[in-house]
Design a protein around this ligand. Structure first.
Ligand SMILES: Cc1cc2nc3c(=O)[nH]c(=O)nc-3n(C[C@H](O)[C@H](O)[C@H](O)COP(=O)(O)OP(=O)(O)OC[C@H]3O[C@@H](n4cnc5c(N)ncnc54)[C@H](O)[C@@H]3O)c2cc1C
Length: 398
C-alpha cells in the first residue's frame, strides 16, 4: 500500500488514545497531517480484564485501511450471536460475524499502528485547559503544567470528555443509565464447554450475561444489570473481585447453571463500570476544534456499537478534513453525514437496554412474552447498523 502526502501540513492535536483517537491519528498521519496524540493514562484501570465486541462495520473500517488482520490479531471471531432466555430456551440467532477482543489489546494495537504511521504519542498527558490563541490556533494545558499548541484540536476523550466541557459548555452532560457493567475471564475444565465460536447471550431474570469460550477451558464473559442508585467507578473498584463475582453469581441464581459455573470460575481481574450515555450533540465543534466518538455520542453499550461507531467517525472525519481546506466546513460536512446514523443507533441502544435489564417483575413478564419478537426485530436492525461501508480512501485506491 502506498501513501502520498498531498494535504497541506496542519498540526493536529488528538486528545484521547482509546479507540477513536488512535485510528483518527493514523488516518490523518496517512493523509499528511502532523499529529500529536495525547493520552491521560499510561494504562487505564478501566481496560483491565474487559473485552468488547467489534461489529462488522468497525471491522470494515480497519479492512479499508488494510489493518484488520494486524489490529484484530488478538481477537476471537464469533460466527454468530445466540440469544437464550433465563430458562435456557433458544430465542434467536444473529448470524453476523463479529470479533471479541480485549479492550486494552485493541487500543494497544491501534496505538502501535498510529505511531508506525508517524503519529507522536504522549502518555500521562491529561488535558485540563483549552484556549484559542487569537490567531486561529489552540493552546492546550495539561495537568502536569505543560502546554502544547495546535491548528486543530480533536477530542476523542470519551464519555466524560474534558474537550467537550471546555469547548461546548452547553452540551449535555453524561447521564447515568442505571446500568452497571462488568467483565472478566474464567478458567473452567478443558472440554467442559465447547469452543463453538458462538457469542452466547442470556437474558437472565435479574441481569444480562454474555460469554464466549475463546479456547479450551477459557471463557470471556460480561454482565449488565440494573442499579438505580449510581455508584462511582472508584466505589465499584473498591469491592473485592471475589465478592463482586459472588454477588453476580447470586444474582444469576434463577438462570441457566452455565452462568454461575462461569462466574464461579472467574480468574484474573474483573472490570466494572457504571454505564453513562451522552445523547448525540447538536454541534460537535467550535471553529477548528471538535469532538467525536464517545465524546460526541456515548451510546449505551447494549448494542455493542460504540467502538465501531468511533472507528467510523475517525475515518470519516479524517477524509472530511482532507477534502475541505476549511476545518469548520469539514466539521459541518462530517456532522451532517454522521448525525442521523448515530442518533438512530443511540435510540436503538436505549430500547435494547430496557429489554436487557428490566427492573420490575411486570416489565420482566412483558419482556419475556415479547422477547422473541423484540430480538428478531433487534437482529434485523442490528444488520442495518452493521451495513455501513466506509467511503473510498482517497490516496490508496483501496
Ligand atoms: C460496559 C461497557 C461495555 C461496552 N461494550 C462494547 C462492545 O461490546 N462493543 C462496542 O463496540 N462498544 C462497547 N462499549 C462502548 C465502547 O467502549 C466505546 O464506545 C468506545 O470505547 C469509545 O471509544 P473512544 O475512543 O471514543 O472513547 P474511550 O474508549 O473512552 O477512550 C477515551 C480515551 O481518552 C482518554 N482521556 C480521557 N480524558 C482525557 C483527558 N482529559 N486528556 C487526555 N486523555 C483523556 C481516556 O483515558 C481514554 O484512553 C461498551 C461500553 C461500556 C461502558
Amino acid at each position: 500500500m502506498t501513501h502520498e502526502n498531498t494535504a497541506p501540513s496542519r498540526r493536529v492535536a488528538v486528545v484521547g488514545a482509546g479507540i477513536t483517537g488512535p485510528l483518527l491519528s493514523l488516518c490523518l498521519a496517512r493523509l499528511g497531517f502532523e499529529v500529536d496524540l495525547y493520552e491521560a493514562y499510561v494504562r487505564r484501570a478501566q481496560d483491565v480484564g474487559s473485552f468488547l465486541n467489534l461489529a462488522p462495520n468497525g471491522r470494515a473500517v480497519l479492512e479499508r485501511l488494510g489493518l484488520a488482520d494486524r489490529i484484530l490479531e488478538q481477537g476471537v471471531v464469533a460466527t454468530s450471536i445466540d440469544f437464550t432466555n433465563h430458562k435456557g430456551r433458544e430465542l434467536v440467532q444473529n448470524p453476523e460475524r463479529t470479533t471479541n477482543i480485549m479492550r486494552g489489546e485493541l487500543s494497544g494495537a491501534l496505538r502501535e499502528s498510529a505511531t508506525d504511521s508517524g503519529v507522536k504519542l504522549h502518555t500521562a498527558k491529561r488535558l485540563v485547559a483549552l484556549d484559542e490563541t487569537g490567531d486561529g490556533r489552540w493552546r492546550i494545558g495539561f495537568e502536569d503544567g505543560t502546554h502544547a499548541e495546535a491548528d486543530i484540536v480533536l477530542g476523542c476523550d470519551g464519555v466524560n470528555s474534558a474537550v467537550r466541557s471546555l469547548l461546548l459548555p452547553d452540551a449535555p452532560r453524561p447521564a447515568y443509565t442505571e446500568v452497571v457493567g462488568s467483565g472478566g475471564r474464567s478458567e473452567i475444565g478443558t472440554g467442559e464447554l465447547p469452543v463453538d465460536g458462538r457469542f452466547h447471550m442470556v437474558f437472565g431474570l435479574r441481569g444480562f450475561f454474555g460469554y464466549q469460550v475463546v479456547s479450551p477451558g477459557v471463557v470471556w464473559w460480561f454482565e449488565n444489570h440494573q442499579e438505580v442508585r449510581e455508584r462511582t467507578f472508584g466505589e465499584l473498584a473498591e469491592i473485592d473481585d471475589a465478592r463482586w463475582v459472588a454477588g453476580l453469581a447470586d444474582r444469576h441464581r434463577p438462570d441457566p447453571a452455565v452462568v454461575r459455573r462461569i462466574l464461579n470460575a472467574s480468574a484474573g481481574p474483573v472490570g466494572r463500570w457504571p454505564v453513562h450515555e451522552v445523547p448525540p450533540l447538536d454541534t460537535w465543534h467550535r471553529g477548528s476544534a471538535g469532538v467525536l466518538g464517545d465524546a460526541a455520542h456515548a451510546v449505551a453499550p447494549h448494542l455493542g456499537a460504540g467502538a465501531a461507531l468511533g472507528l467510523e467517525d475517525a475515518y470519516e472525519l479524517a477524509l472530511a478534513l482532507h477534502e475541505h481546506p476549511s476545518t469548520a466546513r469539514a466539521f459541518t460536512a462530517f456532522e451532517e453525514s454522521r448525525r442521523g446514523r448515530v442518533t438512530a443507533m443511540a435510540k436503538q441502544a436505549r430500547q435494547t437496554g430496557a429489554v436487557m435489564t428490566p427492573d420490575r417483575w411486570i416489565t420482566r413478564v412483558i419482556r419475556d412474552l415479547m422477547l422473541p419478537m423484540a430480538i428478531k426485530q433487534g437482529v434485523r436492525k442490528g444488520t442495518e447498523a452493521y451495513s455501513y461501508r466506509p467511503s473510498p480512501w482517497p490516496l490508496t485506491g483501496a
